[in-house]
Design a protein around this ligand. Structure first.
Ligand code: H2U
Ligand code: ZN
Length: 345
């Protein structure tokens, strides 16, 4: 395809933003920053870890001797339950309003040394169940439940014990509101669900597919910004995590392991990323336009220590990438689905 060798822009229909793709630059030399490699040798239990079973957290509370996933209220939450109501819309220049909510931390398992891809599928399945359960509980009281994982020091993760976070808020955050509007507009303009149609189209082409099973598909989206960004979504129309069948939860655990193992294999490192779930906001009655999906946004570009920066043109104009989504998908497809523990650290 000629346009894969020439600068072009691609449209992200989920956010209605454009990304500039410059494939002719892929082989430019790099003399910029590389990060120090992290020591990945970790013990199964670390006496100094705030998140390990039986240990004392930063605020003095002791974790139980848990096995499997463990959820606790974040000791340093970004959102608080009882913030006094305040709304200031008097001036278009100085608008503010109260934000209420709650934050939780989810340790994926008692193992300090095992990230998602290193856990057995059955253990990942338990994490899936906790995501669904937490979503279900918090969706009763909140307008949005953010379920996400910040992985790796490069992504600002403060603790090596594999864990994710859950933030519930009484407002729908901007990124989600944008996706809501875009999917709604797509349905009313075309009569189709945006992501269901998109993934059907990707399945027939295969150039951007990374992994799939009977119920799930992961692609490097056509409009990806991060070099190895992926979009993971059910094959059938499922607006929310709570709409997943037992089998879909089983197969989600399976595909998560396969996808993350490929990520780890790419640069032979515990692949850093921010990932999280987007689905129909809890309060929404009409959900035909929504499709559940997870975004994986990994920062790495060309090795375990060389990352992509969204700076300069990206900050001031629009996102830009050199490696095409098709090249990234091919690289991920070429990886093994067997975790080579001995290659780390
Ligand atoms: P991140 O590393 O992804 O930031 O998550 C760690 C979270 O765990 C962070 O939000 C919380 C931090 O507030 N935490 C506790 O609640 N208690 C602790 O003792 C340590 C960390
Ligand atoms: Zn730990």
């Amino acid at each position: 395809m000629i346009f894969e060798q020439h600068p072009h822009r691609r449209y992200n229909p989920l956010t209605r933003e454009w990304v500039l793709v410059s494939p002719h630059r892929s082989n430019r030399p790099w003399q910029g920053q590389s990060e120090a490699p992290v020591n990945r040798q970790r013990p199964p239990h670390d006496a100094g870890c705030y998140l390990c079973a039986g240990n004392e957290r930063a605020n003095g509370v002791r974790n139980p001797d848990y096995t499997g996933p463990f959820v606790f209220e974040n000791d340093f939450p970004a959102l608080l339950k009882d913030t006094p109501f305040h709304e200031d819309t008097g001036s278009p220049l100085f608008q503010s309003r109260t934000a209420c909510g709650t934050s939780r931390v989810i340790c994926f398992s008692e193992r300090h040394d095992l990230t998602l891809p290193a856990l057995p599928v059955e253990a990942i399945r338990k994490v899936v169940d906790v995501w669904v359960r937490e979503y279900e509980t918090l969706a009763r009281d909140y307008a949005w439940v953010a379920i996400f994982e910040n992985k790796g020091a490069m992504m600002g993760c403060s603790n090596p014990h594999p864990h994710g976070q859950i933030w519930a808020s009484d407002f729908v955050p901007s990124e989600v509101a944008r996706e809501d509007q875009a999917q709604e507009a797509f349905l009313s303009e075309t009569g189709q669900n945006l992501l269901v149609s998109y993934c059907e189209a990707e399945q027939s082409g295969e150039t951007r597919v990374v992994v799939e099973n009977d119920d799930w598909i992961a692609v490097v989206p056509f409009w990806a910004v991060w070099p190895f960004e992926t979009l993971l979504t059910p094959k059938r129309h499922r607006p929310r995590l709570t709409d997943l069948s037992t089998q879909e939860r089983d197969r989600l655990a399976e595909i998560l392991k396969r996808l993350c193992t490929r990520y780890d294999g790419l640069f032979r490192t515990e692949f850093p990323y921010s990932m999280g779930w987007h689905g129909a906001p809890p309060g929404l009655k009409e959900t035909a336009h929504w499709q559940l999906h997870a975004h994986f946004y990994p920062p790495l570009l060309r090795s375990a220590t060389v990352r992509k920066f969204l700076v300069g043109y990206e900050m001031l104009a629009e996102p830009q990438r050199d490696l095409t989504a098709e090249q990234a998908a091919a690289r991920l497809r070429a990886q093994s689905e067997t975790l080579e523990q001995d290659t780390f650290g």
